[in-house]
Ligand binder design. Sequence first.
Ligand code: RI2
Length: 306
Amino acid sequence: MDELNTTAEKIRTMEIRGAGRIAVAASAALRDYAMSLRALPMDEFNIRVEEAARTLVDTRPTAVSLPNAVALTKRHTATNVPDAIEEISGNAERFIKNAGEALGKIGRIGAERIRDGDVIMTHCNSHAALSIIKTAFDQGKDISVIATESRPRRQGFITIRELNDHGIPTTLIVDSAVRLTMKKVDLVVVGADSISVNGALINKVGTSQLALAAQEARRNVIVAAETYKFSPRTLLGEMVEIEDRSSDEVIDPQVLKRLPNVKVSNPAFDVTPAEYIDLIITEVGAFPPAMAFTVIKDYLGLELAL
Ligand code: RI2
């Protein structure tokens, strides 16, 4: 369980981050852990796999990619341990391969929506959103990007480094400059941590401000999301939990200690209603948010809701 706990800790502390990456890391960790349980009797094996699955899922509450990846990896119909390990390993290999290929497909499908000369605003650091932007650039389109800083953890700095290394002209802005800067933007491209059955997007806090400003300025908002970022449990009325992270990410704890009347709230995500989203680009096609149910039913399976 040591290695699995190490992965869980890296996800919790965000050493491994991004909804897609945590899903892939969790799937691999569960596979490796299951393989280490070869000597156990079947019922003990199942109990340990369930415990490990819970440990991974409990690390971060918002990105549904994590429970989806764990559920898709752990399921098996075997009656003996070697067969169960084989099924789980196969599930993990499939999930990890599909997740990798999905990024390329999203890039190609999404790039169709980018025109020559477009100025694209993005928020935080999304591999799926960047795949669209990089693909459009690689197709020879003359594009540039406005990237938000994305406080408090400043994942925007990861984004500007990646864009810089790709040779894409990029402007960094602070989060509060989003509305003012929207005038210069042609469209917004962001990633997703979860998409609920009503087509609402749950993504890095501040995303809904980009969407509001885009709506006001009549700019399109495109979401880049693998199908495993759709939330089957929202079908049962479950709400996506918004992760509240430590105040240490926002303010020096020593400074806060000297301010007895001040507390810090640090929600890591926010919700953008479907009305603010024009298109969701997945690896199986581009969907309006109203088709979220179809994506869940046809590409994830309704049994994941249970
Ligand atoms: P990809 C990230 O969450 C951001 O909110 C980003 O938009 C989303 O995951 C999707 O990222 P965090 O882990 O899977 O930084 O597209 O909290 O890389």
